[in-house]
Design a protein. Sequence first.
Length: 300
Amino acid sequence: MKSILHCKAAFLSILISVAAFAQKEITVTSINKKMSRGEQPGFRTFIPEGKLKDITSAYKKQLEENTKVDAKDIGGELVSYGVMNKNFSSKPFTVFSKFLETPEGVDMAVFVTEDSATFVNPASDPDKLVALKKSIRDFAVTQYKKIVSKHLEVETDELNQLKKDLANKTEDEDDNLKDIGKKQREIDNNLAKIESNKAAQVSMSDQINRQQTTVNEISDKKSSEYQLASKNLKNYKSEKKSTEKESEKMGRKIDDNKADIKELEYKNEELRKVQAAIKEKIEAQDAVVRSLQQELNGIK
């Protein structure tokens, strides 16, 4: 009962974690914010679950595409000169970017100027405005997809590992069942042999008694007939003793096999408990994976 409650609590914890990771809409909004050139118009977006280092590095790489000038961190601001984007402008332009990491993700502010004096704002050329906002949003969406994809990969690996663990435990149970069957067959065979030996021992006892009578009836104890009869009597007794020892040995083997079967049955009982717990975890983990897959599919 305690194990079941523990699994249900873990399942609830996973669902809460998934809910916390629920899809958030990616938008780009106009802002006026203080930056290295004073308070200027710019554009803001938010990348859920993003990490400052990863987002800054990715945007730096994007800004440096089609330009020979490296983007630089100047006073906590990523500055890139000579940026090229034909969808936005046929001329190089300058991009100032600021990033702020929060517990929920990374807040990103972008300021763009073509002449180092006037920054793109809601009143700028509509085509340029659309192109710039699309570029920022596309970047944020791409990063968000990467984050969710990575999270999905980790959770899928965990799900696959749980399935592998279940398969291994099931295989262990099957192996134990095979061993139980093998040992039970050995018990049955030994029981049959013991019964057969018992019948043989009765026959041997009769034979020994008859032979003992034969020996007793020979008066010449030095004759070859007496020596042969005595030798045969000794062989009959030895054969009977061997049969008795064989039965004793098989009896001990039966006891050992019964003890082994009892231990294997206990192991299988424990294995079934473990399998039940793993199945609950798989059910919960599968819900996590499906939720993340839906989230990833919904990012546009």
